[in-house]
Design a protein around this ligand. Structure first.
Ligand code: HEM
Length: 440
């Protein structure tokens, strides 16, 4: 039963959701009562955003239809869009764009497609996963290692040599159990970029911009290099990191090292399935890999990380229906709730970015982490994106709110303690760092 004394003070007023159940209902995952948020739907962001590095149109085409129960409702048209659409169009199904959109994306950068298609299922059985596969498999364990590069010239050279040869460490460790699917993606921050390479910096790369809302702040914290290490066995991520740190030696200072674990059916510690709306198929490369808009860095991806700590006691004092309204999905079966068009929006609605009818996806591989003995419960957010502004816009909508003031209620229970932005070069660009003319 819910204890009124533990209900956060914002709940009654700030949630402002008449659909929330009366107080006193139990908070159980298998509660049969489902919350349905009805009414006018999906917000559409108008216009362009500052910092946008190319025109929209390269991500999933958005149908402007209600987002709730995608793929279940079939053809349906929102009232205010009905006049614009000659025919009802089916709701988004599986994140796939129309054929004309996919064609344009394929033409945009052939290297992106070959990079994603280079590892067939059969080859993954006999060789380790190559470095920089941002779409590497979801694994049961992951370590996020963030370091700064020390100031001396030797430090930069050591880091350059190590990251350009990261494939060798992946092979050393990954080949010992191919089924464990060890992978590593290296991200480079803007501060250290010119020290590591003479290659032009990615056009959109800049340090993580802190976002300050009326109630919550996303801090910007130090970090030059990110190692996103994934495997199905924690001993492999451990051994990989051990060999990596041996190679890096005293060239770096560790800022943070967090090891996460897969929690039941890909749930976060708030109890919800996390990652469902990730793009699939061709849309993965389209959403994550730079194309012709920045030829020097084609095939690379922007990466943003944030480390969140949850106030689990307060979260668990909410009813299941209140939690579902905050996330925007049902807890037990993961079915999407309808978007609220006005008033308080759910996390999934605030993190949906639509520009000129095109929805811009990112690829997430969040991991729970924690230590019950230390009362630490967290989610390590990681998002890969072709356009940094997409993730920045998500953060703005979460922390400032839409409309401003109505922030993402997930933040009332989740505090970010880290925020860093990196760029993960393509595998070829990373290995070329070792021969960079600037290093000779
Ligand atoms: C405490 C940290 C966070 C938690 C626990 C969390 C959890 C979730 C959950 C449970 C979902 C619904 C299922 C899914 O589609 O994955 C979701 C959706 C999503 N989240 Fe988060 N999230 C967090 C932070 C973030 C941040 C910082 C961003 C972006 C900057 C983000 C972006 C998204 C996006 C894009 C979706 C999919 C929206 C859609 O198209 O339906 N999340 N998140």
């Amino acid at each position: 039963m819910r204890d009124d004394a533990t209900i956060p003070h914002h709940e009654s007023a700030a949630f402002g959701n008449p659909d929330l159940p009366p107080e006193g209902e139990s908070n159980t995952v298998d509660d049969p009562a489902s919350l349905t948020m009805t009414g006018p739907q999906n917000p559409v962001i108008e216009g362009q955003f500052p910092g946008q590095i190319d025109a929209p149109g390269t991500s999933r085409q958005h149908d402007g239809l209600p987002r709730g129960r995608r793929g279940v409702q079939g053809a349906e048209v929102r009232g205010d869009l009905a006049g614009e659409l000659a025919e009802p169009r089916p709701a988004r199904a599986g994140g796939r764009a129309g054929p004309e959109v996919l064609d344009r994306r394929r033409n945009a950068c052939p290297t992106r497609c070959s990079r994603f298609g280079s590892m067939s299922n059969s080859s993954s059985r006999r060789v380790p996963i190559e470095a920089q596969k941002v779409d590497a498999p979801l694994t049961s364990s992951a370590t996020f290692l963030v370091v700064t590069v020390n100031d001396d010239a030797d430090a930069a050279a050591t880091v350059r040599d190590t990251v350009s040869g990261i494939d060798d460490i992946i092979k050393n460790v990954g080949f010992r159990d191919l089924d464990a699917q060890l992978s590593c993606t290296v991200g480079i921050g803007s501060r250290v970029w010119p020290r590591l390479t003479s290659r032009a910096a990615p056009r959109g790369l800049h340090p993580f911009t802190a976002v300050t809302g009326a109630t919550h702040t996303a801090p910007s914290t130090p970090g030059d290099i990110l190692f996103h290490i994934r495997a199905n066995r924690q001993d492999l991520t451990f051994e990989f990191e051990r060999q990596l740190m041996d190679a890096l030696g005293d060239a770096v200072t560790v800022v943070d090292e967090t090891t996460g674990f897969r929690y039941f059916d890909v749930r976060d510690l708030l109890g919800f399935v996390d990652g469902t709306a990730n793009p699939v198929g061709n849309a993965v490369a389209d959403s994550t890999l730079i194309g012709d808009e920045d030829p020097d860095n084609a095939g690379g991806s922007y990466v943003v990380i944030q480390k969140y700590l949850h106030d689990l006691d307060t979260w668990q004092a909410l009813t299941t229906e209140q939690q579902e309204a905050i996330i925007g999905r049902k807890k037990a079966d993961n079915v999407e709730l309808d978007d609220a068009d006005t008033g308080q929006k759910s996390h999934k609605t605030l993190s949906t970015i639509v520009v000129d009818g095109v929805e811009h996806d990112i690829l997430r591989d969040n991991m729970p982490f924690g230590s019950p003995g230390a009362s630490e419960f967290g989610t390590y957010f990681i998002g890969y994106s072709r356009h940094l502004w997409v993730i920045e816009k998500m953060l703005e909508r979460m922390f400032i709110g839409d409309p401003p003031g109505l922030h993402d209620r997930i933040l009332d229970f989740s505090t970010p303690v880290m925020g860093c932005t990196f760029f993960a070069p393509s595998a070829d660009a990373l290995s070329a760092l070792g021969d960079d003319p600037a290093t000779a």
